[in-house]
Write a protein that binds this ligand. Structure first.
Ligand code: ZN
Length: 314
């Protein structure tokens, strides 16, 4: 038997197992619901694909919405593999929020296998114009960078989309969602202003960055940085010797020799360390695709990024 065939079969068995478990689960769940329907009547069950989106949904939904993130804190959304627990969450969801543009390649299969036919699936990047490159979907022909949320103005668009979607499935809560969204949008506008002023405090000639994966195009565009290079386009691969050599030559000319790594990509640290050693440079952290216990909200994450950039480049 070929390894591939074997993997295929394993996967098939696994999905069959999920389906079987799910039937049981859905049954148990409907009994549970009919028992507790009065207590939980107004609570919307939302699933978001990764913690950053889950936090945005939480800020708009507050106590009316229970939000679960499929990818847990600190994990890498690109390489995530769905678990039976994820299948349960999706099967019992009232609404699902995803980023789109090939960012969650594992989601399609999960939806196909377990989502209820009428589950509203909200693609938060819909309607935004993607910058080219950085596509996370190696099979996709329409290239586009999915990391919109690293520009706070685009995160604000996500928030407006979330408010619209929640109001649609829960019209009684529309007033609450509108008020929550307005308050949060004010905080995000403040965050955006703060980031602009932070980056302005960095000498212009130092406003260039080298990152691990090509995830910071929108951040750079909005806040006046230039991404001079990155080690890999997509975190599912590792840099070649030639790519490492090119970056080494480039970085030797920089006055601030800093490589920004991302907490969720463990392999990034090894390559970044090698590069930093080669050019006698330093390593700093920028968050791209995840939150952690130390940085548990979107606003925390962007503040961390602003401080990290200033500290490394000023
Ligand atoms: Zn990414």
């Amino acid at each position: 038997m070929q390894v591939d065939d074997y993997r295929h079969r394993l996967r098939g068995d696994y999905m069959f197992c999920i389906k079987k478990r799910l039937t049981l689960f859905v049954l148990a769940f409907s009994i549970f619901l009919s028992t507790f329907s009065i207590a939980s009547a107004s609570e919307i069950r939302a699933v978001a694909t990764f913690p950053i989106l889950a936090d945005l949904v939480k800020q708009v939904g507050k106590e009316r919405v229970k939000v679960v993130s499929i990818v847990p804190l600190g994990a890498d959304p690109h390489t995530w593999e769905a678990t039976p627990a994820d299948a349960k969450n999706v099967a019992s969801a009232d609404i699902l929020f995803s980023n789109g543009l090939g960012f969650e390649l594992w989601l399609e299969r999960l939806i196909e296998n377990v989502a209820q036919a009428d589950l509203p699936i909200i693609v938060l990047s819909e309607g935004l114009k993607a910058r080219p490159g950085a596509s996370h979907d190696p099979h996709s022909h329409h290239e586009g960078d999915p990391h919109f949320w690293l520009n706070v103005q685009f995160a604000m668009e996500y928030v407006r989309n979330i408010e619209r979607a929640l109001s649609e499935i829960d019209p009684d809560g529309a007033g609450v969602y509108q008020k929550n969204a307005e308050e949060y949008l004010n905080q995000l506008q403040e965050l955006d202003n703060w980031l602009i002023s932070q980056i302005k405090s960095i000498p212009e000639e130092n406003r260039r960055i080298i990152t691990y994966h090509d995830g910071f195009g929108y951040l750079a565009e909005r806040y006046g940085l230039s991404v001079e290079g990155f080690l890999v386009t997509n975190p599912d691969r590792e840099p070649t010797a030639l790519e490492m050599a090119k970056l080494t030559d480039m970085m030797k000319k920089f006055s601030r020799k800093v490589i920004f790594v991302e907490p969720q990509i463990s392999s990034s640290h090894r390559y970044a360390n090698a590069l930093a050693k080669e050019v006698s440079g330093k390593i700093s952290v920028l968050y791209s695709d995840t939150l952690t216990e130390e940085v548990p909200s979107y606003i925390d994450m962007m503040r961390f990024n602003g401080n990290s950039l200033v500290e490394a480049l000023r």
